[in-house]
Design a protein around this ligand. Structure first.
Ligand SMILES: Cc1ncc(COP(=O)(O)O)c(C=O)c1O
Length: 437
């Protein structure tokens, strides 16, 4: 009996093991194919073409429900920017989540989804007059103000006591990449707590008869791993609540809950967060003698990142002096994250195995920096026509996609229970041409 024959009889799988936590729930290798949401990846690539962003609906739903279950007293607000798509917004609405939008465009998607205005929060360090008017017209429940100019502008436009939150920069270092650390001082988001700008913003909002201050907001960054960073934010925000002398009903702690992209990276400790943040909030409010505000959280990535897998087709393999370049039919237009902030990914060849060899997976765009993954192991005989799968591509991929080089943006195909359906269709040349004179 060979080892391969022996392993199943002693309870060991001979099938290639998928990196834990990176892939949608239930993704498995069957024969030589990768099965996502019950649908073989080779079938998805053939039916919908490549590149193709596959989204496992049940994984999205389960991650969203994990937040509402862990935080039953809190309002869980899906960060709509992480995966802007009416169908995904509908899933969130049906699960009882709220939604944050950052522009009139994202709001238009929410409206198309029929998302209730009473559960929409408007964000953004810049809101144009059009953004504000669209939000007021739809009647969004809260607008998070981010500058003194905006407070004055919104005060002039709003009627009937529009509910407002103030975005505060609490000065908490969340230990993430500089481009995604938004809680530290001296940056474009929010009113600084340390400089007194946040306190001044409270006074300015209270002075506006058309606005009603209901909450304070902070967002300390993205890919935040440590619950302690949120606890520190709670301490600082409750200090502000105590010193501002105004009843604050809501404390929005933003998003930023980490998701794993590489093997061994942790998922966010959601239950630890729920317990420790609740404990810290109660303690600090008692200490400062202020009523405990209702907590809001705004997860995006932690809900959708690991529900997504992007499929590419290999177009060319080039052996360089020291590296092998595997060029695919997508690249920085569907995933700018490696070029933007050095994000790293796992890549897997679909359809067969083989002796592994380190390669550099590059995109099709006219930029030397269009590299999707450096030094990743792929079968040494990888060749044109092969399909590659990249996990953890559900968040900020469709959202950040561009049509650089006039390459149409890929579809988003939802899979569930063995069926697949596009919830965003591929961008065509007609779509591209429609904008030109
Ligand atoms: C205000 C605000 N809330 C929530 C989020 C969502 O963050 P994440 O997707 O990392 O959870 C962001 C992301 O930029 C944000 O700016």
């Amino acid at each position: 009996m060979t080892l391969a024959e022996l392993l199943p009889s002693i309870g060991c799988s001979t099938e290639p093991v998928l990196e834990e936590g990176l892939w949608p729930d239930g993704t498995h290798v069957s024969g030589s194919d990768l099965v996502i949401g019950g649908v073989p990846a080779t079938r998805l690539a053939a039916q919908f073409g490549t590149p193709c962003q596959v989204l496992d609906e049940m994984t999205v739903r389960r991650r969203a429900q994990a937040f509402t279950a862990a935080l039953p007293d809190a309002e869980v607000v899906f960060a709509g920017k992480s995966l802007p798509c009416p169908e995904v917004y509908r899933w969130m609405a049906s699960l009882g989540l709220s939604l944050d939008v950052s522009s009139a465009g994202e709001l238009a998607l929410a409206r198309a989804a029929g998302f209730p205005a009473s559960r929409i929060v408007l964000h953004g360090n810049v809101k144009t007059g059009e953004d504000l008017k669209a939000a007021l017209e739809y009647g969004v429940s809260r607008i998070v103000v981010d500058s003194f100019d905006e407070i004055a502008q919104l005060g002039a436009l709003a009627r009937h006591g529009q509910h407002v939150m103030i975005r505060v920069t609490p000065g908490v270092d969340a230990h993430t990449h500089a481009a995604i650390a938004t809680g530290v001082e001296d940056q474009k988001f929010g009113f600084s707590l340390a400089s007194g700008a946040a306190l001044e913003a409270v006074l300015r909002v209270v002075e506006q008869p058309s606005l009603r201050l209901v909450g304070l907001h902070c967002h300390i960054g993205s890919q935040v791993r440590h619950v302690a960073s949120y606890e520190e934010a709670v301490r600082r925000m409750v200090g502000l609540i105590a010193s501002c002398g105004v009843r604050i009903e809501q404390l929005d702690l933003g998003g930023g809950f980490c998701a794993p992209y590489l093997p061994g990276e942790p998922s966010f400790d959601l239950f630890g967060f729920a317990q420790r943040v609740r404990g810290t909030l109660n303690y600090e409010c008692r200490l400062h003698r202020v009523p405990v505000p209702r907590v809001l959280v705004e997860p995006g990535r932690a809900i959708v990142a690991n529900a997504g897998v992007t499929l590419y087709r290999v177009c060319a393999v080039k052996r360089g002096v020291s590296r092998t370049f595997v060029a695919v039919d997508g690249g920085m237009s569907d995933n700018p994250r490696p070029a933007l902030y050095g994000a790293q990914y796992v890549v897997r060849l679909v359809g067969r195995g083989g002796k592994l060899h380190p390669v550099t997976v590059v995109g099709r765009h006219c930029e030397a920096g269009d590299v999707l993954a450096e030094n990743v192991p792929l079968p040494a005989d990888v060749h044109a026509g092969d399909v590659l799968a990249v996990p953890a591509t559900g968040a900020y991929h469709h959202a950040l996609a561009s049509n650089y080089n006039q390459v149409g943006r890929p579809p988003v195909v939802a899979v569930a229970d063995g069926t697949a359906r596009p919830i965003v269709r591929r961008e065509t040349e007609e779509d591209l041409l429609r904008r030109y004179a």
